[in-house]
Design a binder for this molecule. Structure first.
Ligand SMILES: Nc1nc2c(ncn2[C@@H]2O[C@H](COP(=O)(O)OP(=O)(O)O)[C@@H](O)[C@H]2O)c(=O)[nH]1
Ligand SMILES: [Mg+2]
Length: 262
């Protein structure tokens, strides 16, 4: 197939949900637009690895892989592992689908079928645009997200409908110069990424998705994330040159080694 697509599933302590996420990939509809599946276990302390292995075994794809990070690299660090894997294994696009089953790949499938990604560098899922649906989100959380989206949009001069959902598509070649490598390795990685995408004038668009919160534990606590967002906004606004040159990681690393266990 022209333009090979890899689904990357970041997973950390989502034993209860990872099998459901992998089952999403079993249908013919999904298999028609996806070429390979990669699960990156970020040193889970529960049964995530075994559940992922069993779920991957049920899938019928040309390639499935399970990587175990050599250290806990966070969600951002796991993205860096997956981007390396996609590049090294000849995938042109990387779909990120969070391992805790809050989103559905079926929201992206029609866009892949239409080939919309081929005219873009980044096609990002959005929880806060016309057509999106939120299940189990508090009013406060939704309102806070809208406010931050508006601030980031004003800074960017471009409408941004989400700063970091758990279902996104990246063109692998966009990362060739390593612009993402110094972005934070934790849950804030996406905030840096979206600012980097705008700055580098990549072709970016959004699609609406349904996002649920039922049996998942949300680690992106509103207060802490709000504080981190304000820091990023201040830094980006007042010291833009330094912002894009700085290393935003708590633990700077030369590389992000992982071990293939399946
Ligand atoms: N919290 C957390 N999630 C990680 C980590 N590494 C990978 N993940 C995965 O990243 C995704 C998003 O994390 P989550 O805690 O659910 O954040 P939230 O949904 O934004 O509240 C989930 O699929 C996790 O399994 C990590 O070090 N910490
Ligand atoms: Mg989550």
């Amino acid at each position: 197939m022209d333009g090979r697509v890899l689904v990357f599933i970041p997973a950390y302590n989502c034993e209860a949900q990872i099998s459901r996420v992998l089952r999403q990939l079993e249908t013919d509809e999904v298999r028609a637009v996806i070429d390979g599946v990669l699960c990156v276990d970020n040193r889970s302390t529960d049964g995530t690895r075994d559940a992922a292995k069993a779920g991957l075994n049920q899938l019928d794809y040309a390639e499935t892989a399970l990587l175990h990070n050599d250290d806990n690299y966070g969600l951002g660090g796991s993205h860096k592992v997956a981007i390396d894997f996609a590049r090294d294994n000849g995938y042109d696009y990387l779909v990120v689908l969070h391992g805790d089953d809050q989103g559905s790949i079926t929201d992206l499938v029609p866009h892949l079928r239409e080939g919309r990604h081929k005219t873009l560098d980044f096609l990002m899922g959005a929880r806060f645009m016309s057509g999106s649906r939120l299940e189990g989100y508090s009013l406060l959380r939704t309102a806070a997200n809208h406010v931050f989206n508006l601030i980031f949009s004003a800074i960017s001069g471009q409408r941004l409908h989400d700063l970091g959902s758990g279902l996104n598509l990246f063109r692998t070649a966009a990362f060739e110069d390593g612009f993402h490598l110094k972005y934070a390795d934790d849950l804030t990685f996406n905030y840096y990424l979206i600012l980097g995408i705008v700055r580098k004038r990549f072709r970016l668009d959004f699609f609406p998705l349904t996002w649920r919160e039922d049996d998942q534990v949300s680690n992106a606590k509103l207060g802490r994330m709000g504080f981190q967002l304000l820091r990023i906004i201040g830094f980006r606004l007042f010291l833009p040159g330094q912002f894009f040159a700085a290393d935003h990681r708590r633990t700077p690393r030369q590389s992000y080694p992982s071990t293939r266990i399946a």
